[in-house]
Design a protein around this ligand. Structure first.
Ligand code: PMV
Length: 325
């Protein structure tokens, strides 16, 4: 007899206006809205199958059986789905990710978005996009932005019901590329979940949040008008501000490596010389270099020449999280 199973796929997303700090850490209700773009060539695919006659979930990531804290985090998330769906099954979770995980490329976003789609389907929960986004947020805040398609805004909201993400524009709206300069493939030592709890210990967090409404507007207007210069003018400072908060929190968090700074300075110089590109970094050393389609080959080639860049992954905007089998 075949055990019931289901496969879902979701893309990671890169934030143009960052999420850093929670109003409610338990539900991952953030301190502000954020804006991102899904990345189509990168994905996490999760196959969930019912494990008959057991009372534990089993996790396999990229062909390796995983236990401990990672399994516990996923089992806790699945417990919530089981309660919602009045579903008593335990699962085998087989996850495949085609990019480095835990290294500032939003692997937890892709994983929890994919898991939300698969688990809700297997537990017969008829969820619309907003409900799936709320559910994914419980696994990892930014996962809620990997549920809708293309260019996405996460409404911070004030409670579980009002905090979810929606699409601002489909992937076809603007063929931007994210060329990710891989500098370090190892998982970070301080997770984003821990990092969010430190945000308010930085005296700079209040200043970052004070004018975030203005940056959100500038970013959304630039995307709407497909105005690259206007986008670059807000994406870089927003990333720098988040990292300034990280570096001045207590204890301080330094995600950059010397090679990250090398890439950031090079990108600024290229832009001054007329190449439309800008950088942004999540909680990791790898540098996301955003440019338009016409320039992505050139940006990729230039990045490969820089000191400390091991590889470059590039992606145009991606679609929504989806069931594939
Ligand atoms: O969803 P989390 O807890 O992995 O937090 C994501 C935090 C950043 O990637 C640094 C910023 C963002 O908005 O994606």
């Amino acid at each position: 007899m075949n055990t019931p199973h289901i496969t879902a796929l979701a893309h990671p997303n890169i934030a143009f206006i960052k999420y850093w700090g929670d109003r409610d850490p338990r539900l991952h209700i953030p301190s502000s809205n954020s804006v991102s773009m899904n990345l189509s060539t990168l994905y996490t695919k999760i196959t969930l199958s019912v494990e008959p006659d057991t009372h534990t979930d089993k996790l396999v990531i990229n062909d390796i059986a995983v236990t401990g804290a990672k399994l516990q985090r996923i089992a806790t998330f699945l417990d919530h789905v089981r309660r919602l769906g009045e579903c008593s099954h335990y699962f085998q979770i087989v996850s495949h990710t085609n990019f480095p995980t835990g290294a500032g490329i939003a692997s937890s976003a892709a994983a929890f978005a994919s898991l939300s789609v698969a688990a809700s389907a297997l537990c017969d929960l008829a969820m619309d996009e907003a409900s799936l986004s709320r559910l994914a947020r419980l696994g990892s805040g930014s996962a809620c932005r990997s549920i809708p398609a293309g260019f996405v805004e996460w409404n911070a909201g004030e409670n579980h019901l009002t905090s979810y993400a929606y699409s601002l524009h489909p992937a076809s709206h603007w063929n931007l590329y994210d060329c990710i300069a891989i500098i370090d493939q190892s998982p970070k030592t301080t997770s984003s979940i821990q990092g969010h709890t430190l945000a308010d210990t930085s005296p700079l967090q209040a200043g970052r949040l004070e004018d975030i409404e203005q940056r959100l507007k500038q970013c959304k207007d630039a995307i709407q008008r497909r105005d690259f210069d206007a986008l670059a003018a807000v994406v870089e400072p927003d990333s720098d501000m988040m990292h300034a908060v990280m570096m001045t929190s207590s204890p301080p968090l330094f995600y950059w490596l010397p090679a990250s700074l090398g890439v950031m300075l090079a990108v600024r110089e290229w832009r001054a010389q007329g190449l439309p590109a800008c950088y942004t970094l999540d909680a990791g050393a790898n540098v996301h270099v955003i440019c338009t389609e016409d320039y992505h080959s050139q940006v990729t080639e230039r990045l490969k020449q820089l000191n400390g860049v091991i590889d470059v992954l590039s992606s145009p905007p991606g679609s929504s999280a989806t069931l594939i089998e």
